[in-house]
Structure formats: C-alpha cells, structure tokens
Ligand binder design. Structure first.
Ligand code: ZN
Ligand code: ZN
Length: 372
C-alpha cells in the first residue's frame, strides 16, 4: 500500500475527531483495509494479535507480536510516529492492549474485520467497556476519496480495461470457462495488478447466476458470456468491471433485445448520478427502465457497491440507502438482467462523483462485444 504520509497523518487526525464526535473513547483496529487506510500498514491477519489503539484523545500506538515488529517498523507506521508496542509469545496481548487505553474507558470501537475470537478476548479483558463497530467512524472517511485515491482508482480502472481489451485472445467457442479464466487471471497481473481478486466467466445459462465464477463448461458459438473481473494494484486499490461477449455466431434475438434495455438503464444511471442525489435514487433510475420493459424481476441485485481498498465497501447503491452522494465517492454502476436456465447480462463501470456528475473510470465498449 502506498499513501502519501501527510494523507495518512490527516486520516488519523480525522479518525480521532470522528471517534470523539461519536462518543467512542478509542478505536481498536486489526489487520485489514481499515488499518491499511489509517497507517499504510498492510499487516497480515494472523492468530497473533496486531492492533492499532487509537484513543479519541491521545497518541495512537500499535500492539504487535515481537516477530512482526520489523515488518511494522518497515511500514509507514514508523514515519507517522506511531509507537510500536511489541508483545512476546507468553504475554497476554489483550491485557497489554487494555493497559494502553484511557483509564475508565466506557466505549470501544472494534474494527468490523476483527476476528470473533479477538472480539471475545477483548470482551473478557475489558468487561466494563461497551463494544461498538468502528465502521461508523471509518466508513464515512473511507467513502470520501482524496484526489490521490481517485488517481489510484483511475489507474486500477485502466489496468482492468486493458484486460477486457484483450478478451479476443482467449474467449472463443470450444474452450472452457476455466481455460479462459486462467488466461484472464494471468493478464490481470500482467496488465498492472499485484493480485487477482476474482474472475467470473459465465457462459450461456451460467451468465444468469450473478456470482458464478468458473466451471468446466465449454463455451458454445453464439452464447452470451458475462465476464466480470477485478484485481488489486500495488497501491492497494481495486478494479472491478463487467463486459459481455459473444463469439462464433450471433447472439439470440431475445438476448439482443433485453441487452438494449440493460444498456439504456446503465447509461441512464451514469447520466443521473451526481452530488446531492441519494444512493437509492441511482438504483431506482435504472430499475424503473428495466421494470418498464417487463424485466423487473430479472434485475435481482442492487445497482452497486463502493470500491477502494476493498472491492465491496460503502456506499452501497441500493434501495433503503438515503445517503446523498458527494464528490469523491467511488462506486460501481452494474445493473443486470438474468433469465435462469438461458443467459444473463450485466454492464459494470466504476464511477467517481465529481462536482457536477461522475467520472467513469472504465472505457471499453459497453455494448455486446462480438469476438471473431
Ligand atoms: Zn464486478
Ligand atoms: Zn462490482
């Protein structure tokens, strides 16, 4: 994970202020995206406790196993001036962490990604403290991307676009989804990611299952194929883009018809999203178009999810989320139409809210792509 040190110091300050405002005495942040966001330390989630202690009022400290101390000190933790407090194999790291909290601590905010065994160990070590989720403090910060973060997401978008642009090298009738998927995974790395997060190749009826991944099914001529792929870049930011392909013969007429409806819905959502409109109204905008075509039941998931250090994070673009969009929020717009047993389609772009609309971070053709 690379982040500007001044960006990180600013995040810690804002997290502390938001913690105080939420009436929480301290945050306990374990390895995962929140720790990476706050400190730049991409620590491995292990059975041994690593935990950032961030009091609402006081200096942050990092409790870490002695053997992880060099890794912690090699991260931006050291330049941020966060003291590393090591513990040895026979120490009780939960009691140690408790001793670093302000006396009489009443409410602690636990990282949403913290393992249950650690949550329960903290409950036992700090029986007087109420446990709440740190997400209420961290998610609002992570949701509003800085210009540096938007730059990283832009780069991730271009990297996954380069993979989609090469689909004709791999996707053709007679090959299995798994064979195609293996080539795509190699290209995700070759084109600018350090990690493959997921590869979905849904051919024919498998395209009607939104989170199908790969199977040994042989792709047939003229069968629509949903390809949804993503990875993580060296900067720690995620890509996620879905395109639809057909090879060897023309797609069925019925499919071509509903694909046009889907494309119109997705375009309408991109045109509509801007500061001041609610997340749920972006969902409604596309859903209304699909429902009007009599396909409402076939759009069986929310419109999208936030993206950043995680592929799925806040804000979720879903009915019930009245959050008003603000510049810097990044999320997917990915309506789909799925006909079980036949085929399906999804068009997905990552967008970032600007001052008057959205910047779309993916730019390969959103139409049904015919490969030869
Ligand atoms: Zn996706
Ligand atoms: Zn997505």
């Amino acid at each position: 994970v690379t982040a500007d040190p001044s960006d990180l110091a600013d995040r810690l300050d804002r997290a502390r202020a938001a913690t105080a405002a939420a009436g929480i005495d301290a945050l306990l942040i374990s390895p995962g995206p929140d720790l990476a966001y706050l400190t730049g330390y991409d620590a491995k989630p292990l059975e041994r406790l690593t935990c950032l202690v961030l009091p609402a009022d006081g200096d942050p400290r990092l409790v870490a196993p002695g053997l992880e101390e060099p890794a912690a000190l090699a991260s931006p933790v050291a330049t941020l001036g966060i003291e590393v407090v090591p513990w040895q194999e026979t120490d009780d790291p939960y009691a140690l962490t408790g001793s670093l909290l302000p006396p009489g601590v009443a409410t602690i905010g636990l990282d949403n990604h913290m393992w249950a065994e650690k949550v329960l160990a903290f409950r036992a070590a700090l029986p007087g403290a109420r446990q709440v989720l740190a997400n209420q403090v961290i998610a609002p910060l992570r949701m509003r991307k800085s210009q540096v973060e938007v730059g990283h997401l832009r780069e991730a978008g271009r990297a996954i676009d380069r993979v989609h642009a090469r689909m004709g090298e791999w996707l053709r009738p007679g090959r299995t989804e798994r064979e195609v998927g293996r080539d795509i995974a190699d290209a995700i790395i070759a084109e600018g990611h350090v990690q493959v997060d997921f590869v979905i190749v849904g051919s024919g009826p498998n395209g009607a299952s939104p989170h199908h991944d790969l199977s040994d099914r042989v792709i047939g001529a003229g069968e629509p194929v949903v390809v949804d792929i993503g990875g993580t870049t060296a900067a720690g930011y995620c890509s996620d883009c879905t395109r639809n392909y057909v090879a060897g013969a023309a797609a069925p007429d019925e499919y071509v018809d509903y694909f046009a409806v889907l494309a119109a819905a997705q375009r309408a959502q991109r045109d509509y999203a801007r500061p001041g409109v609610s997340a749920e109204s972006v969902d409604r905008t596309g859903r209304a178009i699909i429902a009007e075509a009599g396909l409402g039941e076939a759009f069986l998931h929310r419109t999208g999810h936030g993206i950043g250090l995680e592929t799925h994070e806040e804000p979720y673009i879903v009915e019930g989320n009245s959050l008003l969009l603000e510049p810097g929020m990044a999320f997917s717009i990915e309506p789909g139409i799925y006909l079980p047993g036949r085929h399906g389609a999804r068009i997905e772009d990552i967008v970032v809210v600007t001052d008057d609309g959205v910047e779309v971070l993916n730019s390969t053709s959103r139409g049904l792509v015919h490969l030869h």
